[in-house]
Design a protein around this ligand. Structure first.
Ligand SMILES: [Zn+2]
Length: 200
């Protein structure tokens, strides 16, 4: 989309919002992933998904690889009777990405309507030092893959933070006032993110 040179970012967001249904119909929101397909998954390990701890259960002799949640177990269905860790890690990694993408899409749609902004694209990355980033001039947000391990509200909190940067670029008082209105429990969320950051 081209805009006149001096158009303010607020105006760009307004135009994008007006064209939102057209944009979403014609260009399904782009997303991309940038990370190596590795997870620490070894026998006896537990796995944190959306803030809950699951134990692995491996079931052999299935038609194909698949993963499902059953009570406190993360069930990994495996074809044949040999356990190929590389393959299991890859399947688990893809499955987690899928979980994450579904949740990100849900929160972006929800908060686009509330904030009146348009996210043109998002990217999932493994990052060492931050939970998210916003490239407001490109309408793009970056979300840390590790958020799949925390409860979903933490992911929502980070997504809203980055989406709010699309209209309020820096951490001004207005920015924080709005975030605190949206998340009155923000102190608890920040504390939980600090705990989760130990796995970064
Ligand atoms: Zn920020």
């Amino acid at each position: 989309m081209t805009v006149p040179h001096r158009t303010s970012i607020m105006e760009i967001q307004r135009i994008l919002q007006r064209k939102k249904s057209w944009i979403l119909d014609n260009h399904k929101r782009m997303h991309s992933i940038r990370m190596p397909p590795t997870l620490a998954c070894t026998a006896g390990n537990t796995f944190n998904l959306w803030g809950s701890v699951y134990q692995f259960r491996f079931i052999h002799g299935r038609d194909r690889y698949s993963i499902e949640v059953d009570d406190q177990y993360l069930v990994v269905n495996i074809p044949g009777y040999e356990l190929n860790w590389g393959r299991v890690n890859l399947i688990l990694h893809r499955w987690c990405l899928n979980q994450l993408i579904n949740a990100i899409e849900y929160f972006i749609d929800l908060w686009s309507a509330i904030l009146g902004v348009v996210v043109l694209s998002y990217q999932v990355r493994k990052m060492k030092r931050r939970w998210g980033t916003c490239y407001w001039s490109r309408g793009r947000i970056i979300i840390n893959y590790r958020l799949v391990h925390g409860r979903k509200e933490l992911l929502e909190y980070v997504i809203v933070h980055e989406m709010l940067h699309l209209i309020e670029h820096s951490h001004t008082n207005i920015f924080y006032t709005r975030m605190r209105e949206f998340f009155p429990n923000w102190m608890e969320l920040e504390a939980d993110l600090a705990i989760l950051s130990r796995c970064l």
